[in-house]
Every structure is written in structure tokens, then in C-alpha cells.
Design a protein around this ligand. Structure first.
Ligand code: ADP
Ligand code: MG
Length: 500
């Protein structure tokens, strides 16, 4: 097997980086983990707080079935073992955004056990081969509230809207060996969460954040002591934090120091990390089973239902695109990387297959090429995404059908598409209104061919003398003279005939 060979070059030789990620993913659910309060992002502070979330004395938590279901679905999507018996524990600590004085979490008996996910080979990023990254567990826990601090005057505020929202903590094995692998892992995990619909994966809004564990060692040695950089909220920042932290650790060790196990903070402005607290003053959380909650016991039928509710996941989809639709590996990968892209592509393909007489494979190839070059190019240019694309999959399919049945040529299709970006009209209507229909009128094409050849007598001479590459020139001139509307097949045929 080809291994990643990302190395930090130190004075004493090369160092290997070891990375494990703990990802906090906010569960998509209308209500919180143990209360009926709403979870929508961006609401006025303290408007989504039940008495349970505010930790009023005597309030009792009641597990929300939907949150459990989402975590189980996520576990199944990473091929993990689902623990039919799990239990909630109290993790005791004091903080102003945690009115209970403890977080309800799962330490000893998590809901989801061992699983894994596949990161794909990416030569350019330095990942030479597909690699499986182990996932140790997923446990379910409560999120805390949010503190906001004002400087003038010095005041602190607390917003408990987030208090009690369900989180999945997804803990990887220390299986990653480079910033690129960690980036690929996070992107893949985010894609799976979005396909499943269990977390929106929105890192800027904080609904997915990563604690980044990093250590360094000489290749082949035992694992070194790790540091944990908390709450990093973008893929790029995670990669930066690893790069910085690995280099820092090498410098410390080679300078004669030693790495202490500690929690660190990432500064996005400088790309550096700094110490927040060391293990020496680490909290003793005094975990114990929450006496207000019974252990969670799952029925087989519940797990079955979760399994059946899963959509086709990225790995399976990618495989099907290659093996059944005949797409290139690259196109299949790009189209399945995000759930929204695959959804759009499949809508385009379904409509295309419905209105065209061609095979699904042929329609799929043309659809993929058009989506990834024309549509993406245009969306980039006008600063939009597939979600707010001015052209719908149905309209896109209609345009491709006009090319497929010979009504318009590929180059005219580009013109029609430009108009579609700003018009509600169907491509057929645009073609009709602008008189863009491809001409198959042999007589008309023949006349143009004759004129082109007469105007370029010298080139005809060279062509006949063996310079066959000039054929493309004649085709181009003919198409140009006919404003792209000549049927390319007929143009080729007539030119061949005329040139003898
Ligand atoms: P804790 O319970 O103290 O948080 P864990 O053993 O659960 O510690 O590990 C937490 C995370 O740290 C996991 O993602 C794991 O993969 C990672 N990790 C463990 N050991 C190392 C190491 N030596 N280097 C890098 N990451 C590590
Ligand atoms: Mg931990």
C-alpha cells in the first residue's frame, strides 16, 4: 500500500504527524435533546429556552426520539456498530453558559461504536491512495449556551438558545498523517452528514466544529504526546492548525523541550495556536450516570427503520455513476461530493432521459459535462450556486435535448444558455425567437462551402498537396459564415465531397 509521506523536516531528521479529530456536529431536529424548545439558528437571544434548558429546579429531561434517530442514522452511514444499550452521564463543571452545572453526555456507553469512512486518493493534495479512517465512537450530548462580551462598558451577556441543542461528538482514531488527510476526512464527514440530513455541516455558523489532536513522532516510533486545539471552525483552519502545531512540536522537542498534553486555541488571524490550559489543571468532571434518565434501549425495528431511511450515500453513488452511467472517475467524484450537486445532476438526468430517445448513459455523459463546465462556469461568473441557479434542471435538460436531436449545435447551445441565464423562456422558444435553428438545408450549405473554397484557393492548393490539417480550417470558416447554424455533420460531408 502507498502511504502518505507528509513529513516535517527537522534538524534531527524527518518527523511524522499523527492526527485525530473530535467533531461536534449539531443534530438537525426541530426540538432540543431533552426539551421541546426550538433550535432554529439566528433567533433573538433567549427566545428558544424551555425551563429544562434554563435548568429550573425540578425540571426533568425527556429524550427526544428524533435526535436519537439522527445519531443512529449517522452511525449506520459510517458503517458503525449501533449499541442497543447506551446511557447518559453527567459531566460536571461550572460555566456561565451552562446553568445546570453539568452537561448531559455519554462517556462510558456511547450510542454508536466503531465505524469508519473512506477518504479518496488525491495525488495533487498528496493523498496517493484511498484510505480508511477509523471512527472510535459517536456519542450524543447537550450543547451549551453562548456568552457575549462587551468592552464598553464591560458587560457579559448569556444567550441560552443553544443550551440543550443535541450534538453528536464523532471521535476519529488517530489515523490521519497529514493536513491534507484531515481536510479530506472533514469534507467527507460533512458530505455524509449532509446526505443523511443529520447535520447541516455549516461550519461558519458553528453547527460543525472540530477539536484537533496532534502529535509528532519519528516514523516507526510510538505515538508522541498530543495537544488538542479546540473548536476550529473551517476545514482550512483545521489544516492550518495542524501544520502550525506539528512544526511547533518539532521545534520544542528538537530544542530540548518536551510536549505537555494541553488544550490549545487556534487564532485564525495569525494561523497559530496558543496554550489555553494544561492537563495539570485539567478538570475532574466527576462523571456519573444521570439519575434523571433511564438507559436508552433501542428496538431492532427502530434500527431497521433508521437503516431504511438512509439515502444512497456518496461512495455507493460514485460507484454507480462510474459502473452504471459510465461517467469518468473524476466526474463521478465531483458530482457526488456534495448532496446538492448529486441531487441537481440526477434531476437533470431524469428529465433528459424522459424527453430524449438516447440511452441513459449517453444522456448522463452529456449532462455531466454540461453541468460541470457550462453551468458551473456560469454560476461562478455570476456568483451563484446550484441552489439558487437561474436555470433549473428541467430547463437544462431541454437545452441538452435540442443539441441531442440536432436542432442546434453545441456552439449555439452556449449562446442559448447565456440567454437562459437572464430569461424565463424555454430554450425551444429562445431558439425559435432568435432564429437559431440549425440548418440542414444542403443547398444553402453547399453554396457557402463553394464560396469558402473559392476565397481560399491557396489553402485548397496546400490541402490537396497533403496539408490535411487544413480541413478543420474549412469547417471553421463554413460554420462562421453560417453563424454556427449549419449542421456540422452535413458541413463535414459536403466539404469532403467538394475537396475531392
Ligand atoms: P480523551 O478521552 O482524553 O479525549 P481519547 O483517547 O478519546 O482522549 O482521544 C481523543 C482524540 O485524540 C481522538 O480523536 C484520538 O484519535 C486522538 N488521539 C489520541 N492519541 C493521539 C496521539 N498520540 N496523537 C494524535 N491524536 C491522538
Ligand atoms: Mg476528548
Amino acid at each position: 500500500m502507498t502511504e502518505t509521506t507528509y513529513r516535517i523536516r527537522g534538524a534531527t531528521g524527518d518527523w511524522e504527524v499523527v492526527i485525530g479529530l473530535e467533531v461536534h456536529a449539531q443534530v438537525v431536529s426541530k426540538a432540543k435533546l431533552f426539551s421541546g424548545a426550538a433550535t432554529a439558528f439566528g433567533a433573538e437571544p433567549n427566545t428558544q429556552v424551555s425551563l429544562v434548558d434554563a435548568a429550573m429546579p425540578g425540571m426533568l429531561p425527556v429524550p427526544n426520539r428524533e435526535c436519537i434517530r439522527q445519531a443512529v442514522r449517522t452511525g449506520l452511514a459510517i458503517n458503525a456498530q449501533i449499541n442497543k444499550w447506551s446511557r447518559f452521564d453527567r459531566k460536571n463543571y461550572f460555566y456561565a453558559d451552562l446553568p445546570q452545572g453539568y452537561q448531559i453526555s455519554q462517556l462510558y456507553h456511547p450510542l454508536v461504536g466503531e465505524g469508519s469512512l473512506l477518504i479518496e486518493a488525491d495525488e495533487k493534495a498528496g493523498i496517493p491512495a484511498d484510505k480508511e479512517i477509523g471512527i472510535e465512537r459517536i456519542h450524543v450530548e447537550q450543547d451549551a449556551g453562548k456568552l457575549m462580551h462587551d468592552q464598553h462598558p464591560t458587560r457579559s451577556y448569556v444567550d441560552l438558545n443553544r443550551s440543550g441543542v443535541a450534538l453528536m461528538e464523532i471521535v476519529s482514531r488517530p489515523d490521519m498523517r497529514s493536513p491534507a488527510e484531515a481536510g479530506a476526512y472533514l469534507r467527507k464527514l460533512r458530505a455524509i452528514l449532509r446526505y443523511v440530513g443529520s447535520c447541516d455541516g455549516n461550519m461558519e455558523e458553528g453547527s460543525m466544529r472540530a477539536d484537533v489532536n496532534v502529535s509528532v513522532r519519528k516514523p516507526g516510533d510510538e505515538f508522541g504526546t498530543r495537544t488538542e486545539t479546540k473548536n476550529v471552525n473551517s476545514v482550512r483552519f483545521v489544516m492550518q492548525a495542524i501544520e502550525y502545531e506539528a512544526q511547533r512540536q518539532v521545534d520544542v522537542i528538537e530544542g530540548g523541550g518536551r510536549i505537555v498534553q494541553e488544550t490549545r486555541l487556534f487564532n485564525p488571524d495569525t494561523g497559530t495556536t496558543r496554550s489555553m490550559r494544561s492537563k495539570e489543571d485539567a478538570h475532574d468532571y466527576r462523571y456519573f450516570p444521570d439519575p434523571d434518565l433511564l438507559p436508552l434501549e433501542l428496538e431492532d425495528s427502530f434500527i431497521e427503520d433508521c437503516l431504511h431511511s438512509l439515502p444512497e450515500l456518496p461512495d455507493a453513488k460514485r460507484k454507480r455513476y462510474v459502473e452504471v452511467l459510465g461517467l469518468s472517475d473524476y466526474n463521478a467524484r465531483v458530482l457526488t461530493a456534495e448532496a446538492e450537486t448529486a441531487r441537481w445532476f440526477e434531476a437533470l438526468l431524469a428529465e433528459g432521459a424522459r424527453i430524449q430517445k438516447k440511452s441513459e448513459g449517453e444522456v448522463a455523459k452529456a449532462s455531466a459535462n454540461w453541468l460541470l463546465s457550462e453551468l458551473y462556469g456560469a454560476l461562478n461568473r455570476i456568483g451563484k450556486t446550484l441552489e439558487d441557479s437561474p436555470v433549473s434542471p428541467e430547463r437544462g435538460a431541454e437545452l441538452l435535448a435540442l443539441v441531442a436531436d440536432g436542432t442546434i449545435s453545441g456552439s449555439i447551445a452556449k449562446q442559448v444558455f447565456e440567454i437562459m441565464l437572464e430569461s424565463e423562456d424555454s430554450p425551444a422558444k429562445i431558439v425559435e425567437d432568435k432564429g437559431l435553428k440549425q440548418t440542414t438545408d444542403t443547398g444553402a450549405i453547399e453554396a457557402v462551402v463553394a464560396k469558402i473554397l473559392a476565397d481560399n484557393a491557396d489553402k485548397v492548393e496546400q490541402y490537396k498537396g497533403g496539408k490535411e490539417a487544413l480541413f478543420g480550417f474549412f469547417v471553421g470558416q463554413t460554420m462562421k459564415a453560417m453563424q454556427g447554424k449549419a449542421n456540422p455533420g452535413i458541413v463535414n460531408e459536403l466539404l469532403k465531397k467538394a475537396l475531392g
